[in-house]
Design a protein around this ligand. Structure first.
Ligand SMILES: *[C@@H]1O[C@H](CO)[C@@H](O)[C@H](O)[C@H]1NC(C)=O
Ligand SMILES: *[C@@H]1O[C@H](CO)[C@@H](O)[C@H](O)[C@H]1NC(C)=O
Ligand SMILES: *[C@@H]1O[C@H](CO)[C@@H](O)[C@H](O)[C@H]1NC(C)=O
Ligand SMILES: *[C@@H]1O[C@H](CO)[C@@H](O)[C@H](O)[C@H]1NC(C)=O
Ligand SMILES: *[C@@H]1O[C@H](CO)[C@@H](O)[C@H](O)[C@H]1NC(C)=O
Length: 490
């Protein structure tokens, strides 16, 4: 009785207090994080790796490497012992090797096997948080080679047979869509410093077992993570190098959905976004230090967000013929030029929306911010496109895709994004607080006429580079730390 009355008094007191605060506009700023490991500060790390072929599948596994999914997850016990949750035998599992929960039809199918392996690794790594369990940060690698004679990739989600299109996509011949050699140093502790790494190469004849070292004419990647126990953030140090045979490579660090379809997926996924951010009410915070740019073709993304919804505005359901992957990416390499221009309107979205919600059409040459858009392309299955248009590549995702690629420009400054070329680039390392929700709520995305607007719920948020068909061997190198996604009050 006494306690209840006390409780009542308290709740009345707090209601009055919050009313007063509301009236004075002085509500304390709340920090609600949507990722499991807010700011990358948790000593017990959760990090996984996935590698994709040109259309985000496996195709075939690299010899002796198993399925290209791996995880490094541990808790730190009292007395500072790393209690690992995934051993190397599990990391190396590939087709033909069964594990708990593996459906029979996946056992010998490299694409299905990788999906199930990710779920299984997720179950080993999962951090049980009330209602919102989460699994891991995701290192993502993608090989941009496409052998059109392989018959491996659909066209806008529809199966197509082998076709000849010489010179259109990079490929040195049969086998060019291979998965990489992957090496792993499981995280270990030395003094109070924790450190672990993934590295490897797409060149299957390379031997990088003792590190990337001096490597002429071969591609490589490396991600090293480090943290001092109890102090600050994990720092993820990335390197990726292209080669003659592998001129188009991608390396990202992703916060993906903990369930459902992450950006570019058409199957269930595991990740770090324990609650999905929805435009406009979220921000992304991260520290980025670009050390080497990766050459003129390196489309470094600060930041890339991905999701999926249908052209009628409905959420995706796994039917790849009508699902559409949507990406918004800001490219911070100052060597990347705007393809969108008054004389190339097909590469621009139909309109731009200002922070005060004014719509500017792309034919309004006096006002449209052409230099703010690298490239806009429409989904290949859109039925009511406004002329002129450019269709996105139909083969590089399991379903049709839509891309809105931005460049640093004053119009993005209001959202805390880079507002001029060079910001965030080499020599300008910063901690960013990006109003990704606000910006993405005002971008144009295609929808069929007369359909209710899609809810813009984002299933992937990532940073990293896509070296897009380099003419030379190029190296990009950068670090990411302090990654967080937070709710902003409406
Ligand atoms: C992996 O561990 C070995 C042995 O400690 C070390 O020599 C090597 O530098 C590590 N590799 C990376 C990429 O961190
Ligand atoms: C790779 O090189 C290491 C020595 O650095 C050697 O022990 C190993 O057998 C080599 N692996 C292959 C596949 O040649
Ligand atoms: C680099 O690799 C390509 C493709 O394998 C080959 O044609 C070329 O001769 C190599 N160059 C050097 C300098 O080894
Ligand atoms: C919106 O902002 C632009 C400048 O960004 C300004 O020119 C315009 O007048 C504003 N419109 C309204 C309705 O406030
Ligand atoms: C500009 O584009 C808009 C939207 O497509 C259209 O309504 C308008 O007529 C165009 N204006 C001119 C001058 O072409």
């Amino acid at each position: 009785m006494e306690a209840t009355t006390m409780g009542l008094h308290f709740s009345v007191f707090f209601s009055i207090l919050s009313l007063l605060l509301l009236r004075s506009g002085a509500l304390p700023k709340q920090h609600v994080s949507l990722v499991g490991d807010s700011g990358m500060r948790r000593d017990g790390l959760r990090v996984a790796l996935e590698a994709w072929n040109f259309c985000n599948e496996v195709g075939s596994e690299a010899p002796l490497m198993g399925s290209p999914r791996a995880a490094d997850c541990f808790d730190l016990s009292e007395g500072n012992h790393l209690m690992h949750k995934v051993d190397e035998a599990k990391n190396k599992m590939g087709v033909g090797k069964s594990f708990p929960g593996l459906p029979a039809e996946a056992l010998n199918n490299p694409d299905l096997y990788a999906v199930e392996k990710e779920l299984y690794l997720g179950s080993l790594c999962q951090v049980a948080e009330e209602q919102n369990p989460w699994q891991f940060w995701m290192v993502m690698l993608k090989n941009g080679n496409f052998d059109t004679m392989s018959g491996l990739c659909p066209q806008n989600g529809k199966k197509v047979g082998p076709f000849a299109q010489p010179g259109k996509f990079p490929c040195f011949g049969k086998g060019c869509m291979n998965q990489p050699l992957l090496y792993h140093n499981q995280t270990s502790l030395s003094g109070s410093q924790m450190r672990g790494a993934y590295w490897g190469s797409y060149n299957l004849d390379a031997n990088l077992s003792s590190g990337i070292g001096e490597t002429k004419n071969i591609s490589f990647f490396e991600v090293v993570w480090e943290k001092k126990v109890g102090v600050g953030s994990w720092v993820f140090h990335h390197k990726v190098k292209t080669s003659v045979k592998y001129p188009w490579l991608m390396l990202y660090l992703r916060a993906d959905a903990t369930k459902g379809y992450s950006g570019g997926y058409h199957y269930d996924t595991r990740g770090m976004l324990k609650t999905l951010p929805e435009s406009p009410n979220f921000k992304v915070r991260l520290s980025l230090d670009v050390k080497q740019g990766g050459g003129p073709k390196s489309q470094f993304y600060l930041i890339d967000i991905g999701s999926c919804w249908k052209n009628n505005g409905k959420p995706c359901d796994g039917d790849v013929t009508t699902d559409v992957t949507r990406y918004c990416e800001m490219i911070i390499n100052p060597e990347t030029q705007a393809w969108c221009s008054p004389t190339n309107l097909n590469a621009c979205p139909p309109f731009h929306i200002t922070p005060n919600d004014t719509k500017i059409f792309r034919n309004d040459t006096a006002n449209f911010p052409y230099a703010a858009y690298h490239y806009y392309c429409s989904p290949g299955n859109a039925e009511h496109l406004e002329q002129p248009f450019s269709l996105c590549d139909p083969y590089s995702n399991p379903q049709a895709q839509e891309l809105v690629q931005l460049l640093p420009h004053p119009v993005w400054g209001a959202y805390g994004y880079p507002s001029k070329p060079g910001e965030g680039w080499i020599g300008d390392s910063r901690t960013w607080e990006l109003d990704v929700g606000g910006l993405s709520s005002r971008l144009y995305f295609y929808q069929d006429t007369g359909t209710p607007p899609a809810r813009r719920i984002w299933t992937s948020i990532d940073a990293g580079t896509e070296i897009f068909i380099s003419n030379n061997e190029e190296i990009a190198e950068w670090t990411i730390s302090d990654f967080d996604v937070v709710i902003t009050s409406p």
